[in-house]
Design a protein around this ligand. Structure first.
Ligand code: HEM
Ligand SMILES: *[C@@H]1O[C@H](CO)[C@@H](O)[C@H](O)[C@H]1NC(C)=O
Ligand SMILES: *[C@@H]1O[C@H](CO)[C@@H](O)[C@H](O)[C@H]1NC(C)=O
Ligand SMILES: *[C@@H]1O[C@H](CO)[C@@H](O)[C@H](O)[C@H]1NC(C)=O
Ligand SMILES: *[C@@H]1O[C@H](CO)[C@@H](O)[C@H](O)[C@H]1NC(C)=O
Ligand SMILES: *[C@@H]1O[C@H](CO)[C@@H](O)[C@H](O)[C@H]1NC(C)=O
Ligand SMILES: *[C@@H]1O[C@H](CO)[C@@H](O)[C@H](O)[C@H]1NC(C)=O
Ligand SMILES: *[C@@H]1O[C@H](CO)[C@@H](O)[C@H](O)[C@H]1NC(C)=O
Length: 323
């Protein structure tokens, strides 16, 4: 064979498996050119009514990706063959944004039927949610496919809990190919959104049997939280902002709060008392640029965890049901 032909055949054989099924920035450019506009308008409209929606979408995407890969499994309703991840403890009465993704998906279906996966819509929506709350833009490579099943066990065991140690949280990230820097940067998502009192109440009254609040809490901030969560019932679902200073703005205030002993979650404040993470917290608290840069880089990594591509999975017609 002629040398260029041999090289071409060689290239096809060697490189096709790596290229095949990979994500692509132009994936829907010809099949759904208005996709990004439809998604951005959907997120913008929802946020005009409910500013918390940005936070809820961001958390939904995290929970989707960290449990069994980004596959929109978190959006599926229960069927006779699997339980819904919506009923997993970290999501029950807490995960939000399902109706918005369903409604954006319906608008996309009108223009480009059976083309765009629910997981790609959620991934784009999250990029826009961060942008619209003041965060930095990043490019999203597309072509993820929707999963065929949900896994409530994965959602229960892989989603980090505010009651567990930093070591355990780091282990859940590293199990997905994310590192300690990703843990710190992505935790900065807690610069927007809300948390129910029960998730941190143990820090406020008789912490570890000491008769007082958690010593890693600033005294005046502790008393403010005690006022906001006065109900001694441990199942208190009252909502408190994760960032009390700039609640709806995607900035580095989460890290400034941690430096000030004003993290709401014990698991967040722990980032400040561990020498593997505290220098990064201080860095991000001083330099908003480094936080914005590292956050967007880590979001790209998160959005690529365990993705399904090529002929695997499917493009769902509706996000809550497999076809
Ligand atoms: C590092 C371990 C993490 C833990 C232990 C954790 C825990 C929590 C908890 C307990 C809540 C409040 C839920 C409720 O009370 O209903 C929450 C909210 C939230 N989380 Fe996390 N989280 C973690 C990491 C992340 C990451 C990596 C992201 C995104 C990249 C994220 C985004 C959010 C957002 C935006 C909210 C507010 C949601 C809303 O207001 O609807 N979290 N998180
Ligand atoms: C995309 O949207 C624009 C208006 O924003 C419209 O004029 C155009 O026809 C749409 N293109 C397609 C392919 O739907
Ligand atoms: C507006 O937001 C509230 C929650 O804050 C929600 O209950 C309501 O359905 C939303 N309305 C629209 C039109 O999306
Ligand atoms: C569900 O997730 C758990 C925990 O990650 C895993 O052990 C199990 O194999 C998964 N089940 C299925 C059917 O994939
Ligand atoms: C705090 O907890 C300890 C240990 O559980 C208990 O002995 C003590 O009575 C509690 N103090 C108050 C004020 O509830
Ligand atoms: C730390 O908290 C105090 C109030 O407790 C506040 O006056 C100060 O501005 C905060 N510092 C930062 C960097 O946010
Ligand atoms: C971090 O702290 C641990 C124990 O607290 C210590 O063994 C280790 O040397 C420290 N590492 C650094 C980089 O300071
Ligand atoms: C802050 O973080 C950025 C990005 O991770 C890094 O390039 C820079 O060296 C860090 N600066 C300090 C002073 O740690």
């Amino acid at each position: 064979m002629h040398f260029p032909t041999i090289s071409l055949v060689f290239c096809l054989f060697v490189f096709q498996p790596f290229v095949y099924g990979q994500l692509d920035y132009k994936f829907y450019d010809t099949t759904c050119p208005n996709l990004t506009k439809i998604v951005r308008f959907g997120v913008w409209s929802a946020m005009a009514n409910d500013t918390r929606m940005a936070a809820s979408l961001l958390r939904l995407h995290f929970h989707d990706c960290i449990s069994n890969g980004c596959d929109a499994s978190v959006l599926l309703d229960e069927t006779s063959s699997f339980r819904s991840e919506k009923d997993a403890l970290p999501n029950l009465n807490s995960a939000r944004g399902f109706e918005l993704i369903e409604s954006i998906k319906a608008n996309v279906e009108k223009v480009c039927p059976k083309t765009v996966s629910c997981v790609d819509i959620l991934t784009l929506a999250v990029r826009d949610a961060v942008l619209l709350t003041g965060g930095r833009y990043w490019n999203v490579a597309l072509g993820r496919r929707d999963g065929l099943t949900a896994n409530i066990t994965a959602a229960n065991t892989m989603t980090p809990s505010p009651f567990e140690s930093l070591d355990d949280i780091i282990a859940k990230f590293t199990a997905k190919g994310l590192d300690i820097k990703d843990v710190v940067a992505l935790s900065g998502a807690h610069t927007i959104g809300f948390v129910q009192c029960f998730a941190f109440k143990f820090r406020l009254f008789n912490f570890s049997g000491t008769g007082s609040f958690d010593p890693s809490l600033d005294a005046s901030f502790a008393s403010s939280l005690q006022t906001q969560c006065p109900n001694q019932d441990a199942s208190d679902t009252t909502l408190v902002p994760l960032d009390a200073v700039t609640t709806t703005k995607f900035d580095n205030m989460f890290f400034r709060n941690l430096v000030n002993n004003s993290g709401v979650l014990g698991s967040d404040q722990a980032l400040m008392s561990d020498n593997r993470t505290s220098a990064m917290v201080i860095n991000y608290s001083k330099y908003p640029f480094w936080f914005a840069k590292d956050f967007s880089d880590s979001m790209v990594k998160l959005s690529n965890v365990g993705v399904i591509t090529g002929q695997n999975g499917q493009v769902r017609d509706k996000c809550n049901l497999v076809n």
